[in-house]
Design a protein around this ligand. Structure first.
Ligand code: SAM
Length: 481
């Protein structure tokens, strides 16, 4: 993946070992790959296994159980995990009893291969089966291989309080829905994570309040398609029409959830990800504008600027409709930060389609973006019906043009802040300098400034003095917001 600017799929965190310092007689080592949902799921897994006496370790050699929470979104992600699994086999030489398992999106796709053919793992557990882990571990410890990749209609892990792993104690994720029904023709998510279902809003609010009480300052509401959030008492979104009249009348949608969360934790910043253009409604935009604690930032993947390709991707909107949505966002939330996901070289993409992508980017001038080469995923509509016919060197060239343009736009957007004083939530020490803090503006732009009296968790005002395309640099103007 290539991104410019801020991070959603954080390359530097891929394969990060998440860890919780606590006492427990068995040791769990868990590595996470892919999107924020996966990192959030690992916290649910750690919570379930804490109930079984596992504490986490940062060292795989100390572990009794080694788990990789995997990603299938592109071929490269799967290859990384396979290489890692092969490498981890050395653990069995010195500690034959250690168990190795695969969680997450690769589970369903390659369970047979991993378990039987290559014999790389003892345990394979899909994203909806984590509650079954204690039972599956018993089977494994009795010397059997254990698998559960069943996708659920109801599972949202709503009642499980995730243990917060590897975080900064300031920002945390709250998962609000699972699965995806959008069936974009390139995307493996509906197959690996199942159909869309939403979590009880009450349990979301309780989790937000607990995080606030624990001193957290920012939450990100997570889902593959948050604008499609729909709570009507539980169950799949696609079964909503079959629900009782009263259940349908009292349903909670995303705008209402945002409003309730914003009011429940007024001192916290609220973010959300990911939005799908076709499901984003004006009431969500008005809610963002209305509540000062909801961040003025929308990650709005578009994937292509060509209506022809958008149709082939089954994105449910045209280039013009997306542009109208951008204009609506700018009129309702004038200072809104915007980012995108873009795919270069989808089957059938011509030079003209690619130019449409560049001109759409020129129209929006996104603050940052996440940019990928198309990767054919087995089982998707595109893999079954469309030929992956854009040569790799053409995909690479188009991707580079997209990245170069994004870099230009990121710099342009950041330059608009020079001389202005912006509100920053301080997250920690800058990666490049011990003497500087880094934090983010409401638009999700990274700001770096000399530490002085500020500390992590503070919301401060920083006057921006200069910038790069990735970062605003400035000095502290005032300590309290
Ligand atoms: N639900 C979001 C959406 O589609 O709007 C994000 C889902 S996905 C986890 C994150 C991004 O990965 C997508 O927005 C898309 O740009 C990229 N992606 C998904 N499938 C891909 C594929 N087959 N090849 C290349 N990139 C892909």
């Amino acid at each position: 993946m290539h991104h410019y600017g801020n991070k959603i799929i954080d390359e530097s965190r891929q394969g990060e070992a998440l860890m919780l310092e606590s006492e427990g007689h068995k040791k769990l080592y868990i590595e996470s790959y892919g999107c924020q949902m996966n990192f959030s799921d690992s916290e649910i897994v750690a919570s379930i296994l804490a109930g079984e006496g596992y504490s986490t370790t940062k060292n795989p050699e100390d572990a009794d159980l080694v788990l990789l929470n995997t990603c299938s979104i592109r071929e490269k992600a799967e290859q990384t995990v396979r290489n890692r699994l092969s490498h981890l086999q050395y653990l069995k030489k010195t500690k034959p009893d250690v168990k190795i398992g695969v969680l997450g999106c690769m589970a369903e796709r390659i369970k047979d291969k991993l378990l039987d053919e290559e014999k790389l793992v003892d345990l394979v557990v899909g994203p909806d089966a984590y509650r079954d882990l204690p039972e599956l571990l018993k089977e494994v410890n009795d010397g059997r291989k254990a698998v559960n990749v069943i996708l659920s209609k109801e599972e949202t892990y709503g009642d499980i309080n995730p243990v917060r792993l590897g975080g900064n104690g300031i920002s945390a994720f709250i998962s609000i829905m699972r699965g995806c029904d959008n069936m974009c023709t390139f995307c493996v998510v509906p197959f690996t994570r199942g159909r869309e279902r939403s979590r009880n809003p009450q349990s979301i609010i309780e989790e937000a309040v607990q995080l606030q009480d624990a001193g957290y300052k920012e939450i990100t509401l997570l889902g593959q398609n948050v604008d499609s959030y729909l709570w009507y008492g539980g169950g799949l979104k696609k079964d909503f029409a079959k629900a009782s009249e009263i259940a349908r009348a009292s349903a909670v949608r995303f705008a209402e959830l945002l409003r309730r969360v914003a009011e429940a934790v007024p001192g916290m910043r609220i973010r959300f990800s990911t939005s799908n253009p076709q499901d984003m409604t004006a009431d969500v935009l008005h809610t963002i504008a209305e509540y000062p604690n909801i961040c003025k930032y929308i990650h709005l993947p578009v994937q292509s600027g060509s209506s022809r390709i958008l149709k082939a991707m089954n994105r449910g909107h045209t280039r013009e409709q997306y542009m109208e949505l951008i204009e609506k966002i700018r009129s309702i939330i004038p200072d809104c930060g915007l980012s995108h996901d873009m795919i270069a070289g989808f089957p059938g993409e011509t030079e003209e389609d690619h130019q449409d992508t560049l001109s759409l980017m020129e129209f929006v001038k996104y603050d940052f973006g996440y940019m990928f080469k198309y990767s054919e995923r087995p089982g998707t509509y595109a893999a079954r019906h469309l030929r992956d016919d854009v040569p790799d060197e053409v995909k690479t060239r188009r991707l580079n043009e997209i990245i170069d343009l994004q870099q230009k736009h990121s710099l342009f957007r950041n330059q608009q802040y020079i001389g202005k004083t912006v509100e920053v939530l301080v997250e920690g020490t800058s990666r490049k300098s011990e003497d500087h803090w880094f934090g983010r503006t409401t638009q999700n732009t990274v700001v770096v400034f000399p530490k002085e009296q500020a500390k992590p968790g503070d919301r401060v005002w920083v006057t921006v003095e200069y910038c790069t395309s990735a970062t605003l640099l400035g000095k502290l103007a005032s300590l309290s917001c």
